[in-house]
Design a protein around this ligand. Sequence first.
Ligand SMILES: [Zn+2]
Length: 246
Amino acid sequence: MPARASSTTKLLSGSSWHTPNMANHKKTHPAYRWPWPKVRARILERDLHQCQIQMAGCTQIATTVDHIVPVTQGGAWWDDANLRAACRHCNNQRIERKPTEAWKTAATHIVLVIGPPAAGKSTWVEMNARAGDLIVDYDRLAASMGGTPHTHGDQLHTVINAARNGILQTLRKGQAGCARAFIISANPDAENIFPHHQVQVIDPGQEQVKARAHAAGRPATFQRLIDDWYRARANAGTDEQQSRSW
Ligand SMILES: [Zn+2]
């Protein structure tokens, strides 16, 4: 039996609401590093450098790429169908538009459970969830759909992710109807992506997590994913300014 995951709880309430800041989000999210510059160049080329949004004040000349369905609302990072060329003016208007915020005042209390892969997030949730609580766990969804647990490169990834995003959208709209929901995420930028009233960090320490992953027989790629998580957490918020123009 591995040592219990140590954890800290950060309660967010009233004036200390952490509202995802899209400008900051764009600057720091790992997905905006390589190969984003290539994707961006391809979409600008595809759309002939013409702004596809065309709001009032549009400059017509596209120098940025916009997610049609924002990533914060479950839109796909890389899907060409979710990307379009945009001028700086229109893209900034879009960034400033608030995502769905009904969850903030809805009856469901959302606990965001974050930590590196194999940290013990699912175990923590199993110990703390009560009957009737909603648990949004990629691995559970994968198992229920015939996928193999802990292999996120699974060929069922698209449908598993679609199901997860559908549930997250329902939560975002405040329509989940349950008293409490747990969202499990190994995304190092989870707090900026998912709606939440409370953050639970499950972080037993980098070396211990790697030892756990090894002992549990997780694929070798987990060692790298774990290192990536810690590196991304350490670097969060320290990225250079230039990515603002992406
Ligand atoms: Zn425009």
